[in-house]
Design a protein around this ligand. Structure first.
Ligand SMILES: Cc1ncc(COP(=O)(O)O)c(C=O)c1O
Length: 452
């Protein structure tokens, strides 16, 4: 079978359906999948030779674009020199040392040290275990509970799925682990409060205080939140006063703030890390995706000086018994270093801010459309939410298949992206050009008009 030939696709799909299990697997959505064979810049090409704008940077991760030879060379050179070495205590490697040093300069100033994982889900698990360990080491062993938010996505391992606020991720898998609690999302489009004394952002943040007091501050280890709720929420940008208030509440009750920046890290929102927008620093920051632009699986967490000091001062036998074989992988670290050099050299953080603003401005006329409820975003992370009724914000009935039809209309016009329920998510590679942004605007406008 010739690679790229349309004739080969049915056999491939049959084999795929038989033997390959996919993330969020279901054959009903997989009868005619895209079979991707190559990528260049912001474009993905399928086995039939059709090219699309990669409107979600793969899975929110290919910041530097496809086909970057710098990243290929970095991986190849490292594979040749040292493909693997363990980073368990007593052993280290040059690339992991350098990556931690570089991150120290890029991440929030209070973040002191880094542990590397393979992706975002295990970064969430690592954050949770570390938060509990930190309090345990201080003799506050009851501080175990983790508070998260509805509509959050933190991953699919048992711990991360327990933190995740989208109920489907715990359906059929048994209940979430004990000790995980969820408060309302500050979703500015849909959050409602009866409080008149404070802004909606503060009212939403105060739900954290309420639950901490209800559970007892002595039982709560950490609050975990994505600065902008992405994969579960459909790009929800909180009000500007939300995270400053969250930080105050966490400080008041000795609750660690974990910022899950798996989607928002490394410039996606127009700042290196998203809580910078609101002048807030977390105790733990977790990341993955954009750190390597997806060229190698790598994630991790960064921890504050206080947490690092605890890890350094506990007795050897009571140490942080946590570790992954691939932690500090030299190839992943080499790719991350090359990718971060690209982000810096090409000014992709500022570019994301500038082109994100252009994208929002281009989409703004759609606000007049009778079914466009909200257009929101920060940097190159944008969501366009469609509703059946703009006054009541009522959603379309599922039998109208609006999300699926939108995706089809977008694809028909050359844009491949994710539609979460009725929210079109846009997060193209940060190397995208002005012209390509304008093309996305045209395609989204036409696709919406074609569907509703
Ligand atoms: C905010 C957030 N956290 C965690 C994860 C899980 O990351 P991974 O899929 O790399 O395990 C994701 C994945 O989309 C995410 O968006």
């Amino acid at each position: 079978m010739a690679r790229g030939s349309a004739n080969g696709k049915p056999a491939l799909v049959q084999s795929d359906l038989r033997h390959l299990i996919h993330p969020q697997h279901h054959p009903s959505e997989h009868q005619d999948p895209q079979v991707w064979v190559s990528g260049k810049g912001i474009t993905l090409t399928n086995i039939e030779g059709k090219s699309y704008i990669d409107g979600l940077s793969g899975m929110w991760n290919v910041y530097a674009g496809h086909g970057r030879t710098e990243l290929v060379k970095a991986a190849a050179a490292q594979l040749k020199t040292l493909a693997f070495a363990t980073a368990y205590a007593g052993s280290t490697n040059l690339q992991a040392i350098e990556l931690a040093k570089v991150l120290k300069r890029l991440v929030y100033p209070n973040i002191e040290a880094f542990y590397f994982t393979l992706g975002g889900s295990d970064a969430t698990d690592t954050s949770i275990r570390t938060a509990r360990f930190f309090w345990g080491a201080k003799g506050r062993t009851k501080k175990q509970k983790i508070i998260a938010r509805k509509l959050s996505y933190h991953g699919s391992t048992v711990g991360a799925a327990s933190a995740t606020g989208v109920d489907e991720f715990s359906q059929g898998f048994g209940p979430r682990l004990p000790g995980f609690l969820h408060i309302e999302s500050p979703n500015p489009y849909r959050f409602t409060t009866t409080r008149k004394d404070v802004s909606p952002g503060v009212a939403a943040a105060d739900l954290l205080e309420e639950i901490i007091l209800r559970e007892g501050p002595e039982t709560v280890a950490a609050f975990i939140a994505e600065p902008i709720q992405g994969g579960g929420g459909g790009v929800l940008v909180p009000p500007a006063d939300y995270f400053p208030r969250i930080r105050q509440i966490c400080d008041r009750y000795d609750v660690l703030l974990i910022s899950d920046e798996v989607i928002t890290g490394f410039g996606r929102t127009g700042r290196w890390f998203a809580l910078e927008h609101w002048g807030v620093q977390p105790d733990i920051v977790q990341f993955a995706k954009g750190i390597t632009s997806g060229y190698f699986p790598l994630g991790g967490i960064g921890v504050s000086k206080a947490i690092k000091a605890t890890l350094d001062t506990v007795e050897s036998g009571k140490r942080w018994w946590h570790g992954y074989t691939a932690s500090g992988h030299p190839v992943g670290a080499a790719v991350a270093l090359a990718n971060l050099r690209i982000i810096q050299k090409e000014g992709l953080v500022k570019r994301s801010a500038r082109l994100g603003a252009r994208l929002l401005k281009g989409l703004a006329p759609l606000k007049k459309h009778p079914h466009v409820g909200e257009i929101r975003g920060l940097g190159l992370l944008v969501g366009v939410e469609l509703v059946a009724n703009k006054t009541t914000k009522e959603r379309f009935p599922s039998e109208r298949n609006i999300g699926k039809r939108l995706r089809q209309e977008l694809l028909a016009r050359g844009l491949c992206t994710r539609v979460l329920d009725e929210v079109i998510c846009l997060a193209p590679p940060l190397v995208i050009s002005e012209k390509e942004i304008d093309r996305i605007v045209r395609i989204v406008t036409e696709a919406i008009t074609a569907v509703v």
